[in-house]
Design a protein around this ligand. Structure first.
Ligand SMILES: Nc1nc2c(ncn2[C@@H]2O[C@H](COP(=O)(O)OP(=O)(O)OP(=O)(O)O)[C@@H](O)[C@H]2O)c(=O)[nH]1
Length: 783
């Protein structure tokens, strides 16, 4: 037998040389040092002490892990050291019990370990692991190497044993991560769910989906769906619930619900609403007056007369600038006049929802009496609910007949005070400046009754009177401050534009630093040119103004794309159904007054439940721009009987989306309105050109006629198309397609780039070079 040295034996039994030497000493074997050789007797003595445990000793030494795995599986002592490890040692019934085959006992000692050098040893500083993994490789994986790569195998990883099995081994991998089996097994045991308490109150905006409601109530969506089901509502998790459903569910849980009201900060109108803050501190403000009337009755003369007599006092030649509005002082009280020619501005502004006028002066020439535009003006003012003062002008003229004016106006609902009515009539001569003072006093009187108030302490808000692009100064806008005080430097949003008030000029061309309620001023500093009638609002800082201005500009662009839904006969019924229409406003124009009256009377008789017909204006003569602007402002339909819209009216109607209906037979008008109100208008069709063909050859076939061998140059042609034959840019025939063939077969349609044979019903005179236009009639969807 070969001799073995002390250190060799020590190594073999995994002890230190010193331990071996000590043991030898105990057995009275004396050795000088670790290099000493041992005889067989000494070895057998040592074996009694060490040999039986060789493997144990090896595995139990954490630092000698390289050897450990070899023996791990059959190592009994290991269990003692590491209670949870190893197949044999599984104290937890679940695992061990489930996997009897796993333990090291079942395996030939060392077999596995031998296959898995990489596993236990190097990767697992805790040497015992080798013992922990009897199932690896051996059982499940015949190839040991593989086993080594799959540290999470086996029952060891089961809940409860996992921690023990993985004393930081696996080269630092978190337990079971990245291993499919392991992942599932590591899932903590399902715990009974603790229900979160219900909230006391929830809020919502417009609607909530089932999932959102569940989240707000801290409940599972399935629970909500069940409840809805019990309430007779079948819902899915993404289904939107309306207010009723939300309230029902919340009532069931005893949770309070509140609908959020969100304010659209970009809607400038909201800043015009009175609040406690704005009402408190309100003081009297000057009235804002417009002047209306028939052509040549003296509007401009009156405006000039007032301005010259009042504004220029002390401001000799002061008016260098015309800003579209001016302010005068009468008896210490100010009056603001909107100096806009005619009533165009008045109506455009109202069409845009701006109410700027507190009262209107209706100028009627005493020598001419009530004329069509006088009536229009009355109707405009009435529709806007603005009080009217009648200025009976040209009283200086010998032909003046104020009584006639009074008489005529009575027919339009304006009855003079002297005659028992409540309309103020002021006889004037605009040219001579007579009666102006009295007129202004009357204005102040009406204003007083109106209790016009504003709060000069708040941030300014108001309306654009006019605006344009000035070469030198950029965007220039005349604003009427309606509430608050406007200052130079104020961050401002005007319509869809914004900026900072750079400079302010008042109505007499002076630079001012601030402008209070009812004051017109011209400002510069806007990023773009606003439109007359646009609202403006001052904001606390420039950032807010910019944000709101920019988002309004974006919205405006969007809106341009989606045309405004004005009432038309086509959408009337829908609007009625949606409850948006209670009154159908009509403007009736006809060739002669008699017809106008007859038509108005018949229209008034139309009875359809839910809607009243209201005729807001009638007149003899062509449909003009003023009719359109009144219609746009009042959401009315214009009916023309034997009259047509003039060019401007046509353009305006297109721009504003006003519906004009032209007829020649009275009963047709009545019928159309009535059926529109009942939602029974016949469908309307629109022609849609779908393709174009070029005739390249023709063939005459007896019995069939002329076949046009054609090439589709654009779009397509379908079997049911109507066709138009165009020769030298002139339509020579319009009719139906008879046959459409590709080679010899009938074709349903032939697209661009293909040839086809075409015959046309009742038309054989087709020639080479003719163009065939194919079109279909499509039903127009009613908006
Ligand atoms: N005699 C007399 N003529 C007047 C009076 N007021 C206006 N006129 C004259 O009537 C004509 C028309 O006056 P304007 O002020 O231009 O009338 P308007 O209503 O502004 O007319 P349009 O701007 O065309 O709508 C002018 O020639 C005026 O001089 C008045 O009080 N007496």
């Amino acid at each position: 037998m070969t001799k073995i040295r002390v250190h060799e034996y020590a190594k073999k039994v995994n002890r230190t040389s010193k331990e071996v030497i000590d043991e030898l000493a105990k057995n009275n074997v004396s050795v000088s040092n670790h290099m000493a050789t041992l005889d067989s007797e000494a070895v057998s003595k040592l074996d009694r002490k060490f040999a039986g445990n060789t493997s144990n000793q090896q595995t139990s030494k954490p630092n000698t892990s390289a050897n450990n795995t070899n023996n791990g599986q059959k190592n009994n002592r290991q269990g003692g050291n590491r209670p949870a490890q190893g197949g044999q040692n599984r104290p937890t019934g679940g695992q061990g019990g489930n996997r009897p085959a796993q333990g090291g006992q079942n395996r030939p000692a060392g077999g596995q370990g031998g296959n898995r050098p990489a596993q236990g040893g190097q990767n697992r500083p805790a040497g015992g692991q080798g013992g922990n993994r009897p199932a690896q490789g051996g059982q499940n994986r015949p190839t040991g190497g593989q086993g080594g790569n799959r540290p999470a195998q086996g029952g060891q990883n089961r809940p409860g044993s996992g921690g023990q099995n993985r004393p930081g081994g696996r080269g630092g991998r978190p337990p079971a991560k990245g291993i499919n089996q392991g992942r599932r097994r590591y899932r903590p045991a399902p715990q009974p769910k603790v229900e979160q308490p219900l909230p006391e109150k929830i809020t919502f905006y417009e609607s909530l989906s089932v999932a959102e409601l569940a989240q707000k109530l801290h409940r599972e969506p399935s629970e909500i769906i069940k409840k809805l089901f019990m309430l007779g509502v079948m819902a899915t998790i993404n289904q939107e619930l309306d207010q009723d459903a939300i309230e029902l569910i919340c009532a069931d849980y005893g949770v309070e619900v509140e609908e959020e009201i969100r304010i659209d900060v970009t809607d400038l109108e909201i800043y015009f609403e009175e609040s406690e803050e704005t009402v408190e501190g309100q003081t009297e403000r000057p009235p804002v007056v417009t002047i209306m009337g028939h052509v040549d009755h003296g509007k401009t003369t009156l405006l000039d007369s007032i301005r010259n007599t009042k504004v220029t006092q002390g401001e000799a030649g002061g008016i260098t600038q015309h800003i579209g509005a001016y302010q005068i002082e009468e008896h210490g009280k100010k009056i603001t006049f909107l100096d806009t020619p005619g009533h165009a501005a008045f109506t455009t502004m109202r069409a845009r929802g701006a109410k700027v006028t507190d009262l209107t002066i209706l100028v009627v020439a005493a020598d001419d009496g009530v004329m069509p535009q006088t009536i229009e003006a009355i109707n405009h003012a009435k529709a806007a609910e603005v009080p009217i003062i009648v200025a009976v002008n040209k009283m200086d003229k010998p032909t003046a007949n104020p009584d006639r004016v009074m008489q005529e106006l009575t027919e339009h609902g304006l009855v003079a005070e002297d005659w028992g009515g409540d309309t103020i009539f002021a006889p004037i001569s605009a040219l001579k400046g007579e009666g102006i003072d009295h007129l202004l006093e009357m204005v102040l009187l009406v204003a007083e009754v109106g209790e016009l108030k504003a709060n000069p302490a708040i941030r300014a808000r108001g309306t654009v009177i006019e605006a344009q692009l000035d070469r030198g100064r950029g965007s220039v806008a005349t604003l009427l401050v309606q509430d608050g005080t406007l200052h130079v430097g104020d961050p401002i949003v005007v319509g869809n534009t914004y900026g900072r008030v750079r400079a302010m000029i008042n109505d007499i061309g002076r630079r001012v630093k601030e402008a209070g309620p009812s004051t017109p001023v011209e400002i510069t500093g806007l990023s773009d040119v606003p439109q007359a009638g646009d609202r403006f609002v001052v904001f606390e800082d420039e950032k807010t103004a910019r944000q709101i201005g920019e988002s309004r500009a974006g919205e405006a662009l969007q809106e341009q794309r989606v045309e405004k839904t004005r009432v038309t006969l086509d959408n009337l019924f829908d609007q009625m159904k949606q409850g948006e229409m209670k009154e159908l406003n009509l403007i009736v124009k006809a060739d002669v007054q008699g017809t106008v009256e007859a038509m108005a009377a018949s229209l008034m008789k139309i009875e359809v439940e839910g809607v009243n017909v209201k005729i807001i204006h009638t007149g003899a003569g062509a449909i003009n721009e003023s009719d359109i602007s009144l219609a746009a402002a009042s959401n009315a339909i214009v009916i023309g009987f034997n009259v047509r819209p003039d060019v401007n009216a046509k353009r305006a109607a297109e721009e504003e989306g006003v519906d004009i209906r032209q007829h020649r037979v009275i009963y047709k008008v009545i019928e159309e309105i009535e059926s529109a109100m009942k939602g029974m208008l016949d469908p309307e069709y629109e022609e849609k050109v779908i393709g174009q063909l070029e005739v390249r050859e023709t063939f005459k076939v007896s019995k069939i006629g002329t076949i046009a061998g054609s090439y589709v140059t654009d779009g397509k042609i379908t079997r049911d198309s109507s066709v138009r034959i165009i020769r030298d840019n002139i339509v020579i025939f319009e009719g139906e397609l008879d046959t459409l063939k590709r080679f010899k077969d009938d074709a349903k349609e032939v697209a661009k780039g293909y040839e086809c044979g075409v015959t046309i019903k009742n038309f054989n005179d087709i020639k080479e070079g003719d163009i065939i236009e194919a079109y279909v009639m499509e039903e127009i969807k009613r908006v």
